[in-house]
Write a protein that binds this ligand. Structure first.
Ligand code: ATP
Ligand code: MG
Length: 324
């Protein structure tokens, strides 16, 4: 495994109390593999990613348990200086909002070039040439001329390509893309996602793709983990999940995708709201919203049951869900 997150716990101490954002997450990704992380807002997708990258807001955040094994080393045991090296060169992150992630007062060529100057000791001239190559690689038309432009001079889709170029620059083993296309128009979304998927294959990187968009996931992901209240509730190869979910929450997510053949019908929505992370319900955290909930669900927290050798579900009644 390239990356393995084991029993990760993260909490935030605020004036109002302790928010348990991540509660025992386990997931992994291999080189050349795409893992999609799914779940409603507030389920802990980004916080888990920030813990992996070492960019968690500490305080108020605190990692209270677990391991993050990357290429065999536990990142949580590294000194900040070693951590910074890993973050620059071996793993990179792509965020939703390129405009706030890129430096507004540096040309994109300078920003891309800086990576090569700082990490590879290149001359400014060589670094500039590499920057143009990269911009070409992410298909920015007229890269040679546009290398002097500033982030605000690019469209949203082009800026997102520049973010991808920045992430790829040092050929990291792992990329984490957190809602990389959410802010873009639908047509542009597909282009950017295709590009990311293509580069991931070509560079044989591990990719963790955080998204709300189950539609996108079907085409690009190998595996899916579904998060709820900071826990993994289902983990499976992508095709298994679409065929038959083994958790009622996954089923709810799938049923809420708009479908072309059901135009005009009211869209299904999972009833209720995600739990308050300061007061996660006992038993299964999903029980107050679950159409299948019974007494045991309100008292006993389900473990991740083994559905098959590469699939797990944290539902006491996963067999019913799978066949129902
Ligand atoms: N800086 C912070 N300070 C306090 N609490 C935080 C902070 N960052 C995250 N949290 C808590 O962690 C929870 C999970 O946040 P996270 O950003 O991981 O959600 P997410 O699954 O990425 O949601 P979204 O889909 O909206 O991006 C939040 O609901 C919040 O309670
Ligand atoms: Mg998020």
């Amino acid at each position: 495994m390239l990356l393995e997150v084991r029993d990760l716990h993260v909490e935030f101490r605020t004036r109002d109390g302790v928010a348990r954002a991540v509660n025992g997450v386990n997931y992994g990704v291999d080189a050349g593999e795409t893992l999609a992380v799914l779940g409603e807002s507030g389920s802990g997708k980004s916080v888990t990613a920030q813990a992996i990258m070492g960019i968690l807001d500490i305080p108020p955040g605190r990692i209270t348990g677990g391991e993050i094994l990357f290429q065999g080393r536990d990142l949580l045991k590294l000194k900040e200086e070693e951590r910074r090296k890993v973050r620059g060169a071996e793993m990179a992150m792509i965020f939703q909002d390129a405009l706030s992630s890129l430096n507004p007062v540096l040309s994109v060529g300078d920003q891309l070039g800086e990576m090569f100057v700082v990490h590879r000791g290149m001359s400014k001239k060589d670094a500039r040439a590499r920057a143009v190559e990269l911009m070409d690689r992410v298909r920015i038309p007229g890269a040679g001329a546009r290398v002097r432009d500033y982030p605000h001079q690019f469209s949203g889709g082009m800026r997102q390509r520049i973010m991808i170029a920045m992430a790829l620059a040092l050929e990291p083993a792992l990329i984490i893309a957190d809602e990389p296309t959410t802010a873009l128009d639908v047509t542009v979304q597909a282009q950017v996602m295709d590009l990311l998927a293509e580069l991931q294959r070509e560079y044989h990187m591990g990719l963790i793709l955080i998204t709300h968009d189950l539609g996108v996931v079907a085409d690009v992901a190998d595996r899916i983990v579904v998060m709820y209240a900071g826990r993994i509730v289902e983990s499976a190869p992508v095709h298994d999940i679409y065929k038959a979910p083994a958790h009622p929450y996954t089923r709810g997510l799938l049923d809420s995708i708009p479908r072309l053949d059901q135009k005009g019908q009211e869209l299904y929505a999972i009833k209720g709201l995600p739990p308050n992370l300061m007061h996660i319900p006992p038993g299964c955290a999903f029980n107050p919203r679950c159409p299948m909930a019974r007494d045991v669900c309100r008292t006993d927290e389900p473990p991740l049951y083994e559905v098959s050798d590469d699939r797990g579900s944290a539902c006491h009644f996963w067999t019913e869900c799978l066949h129902g």
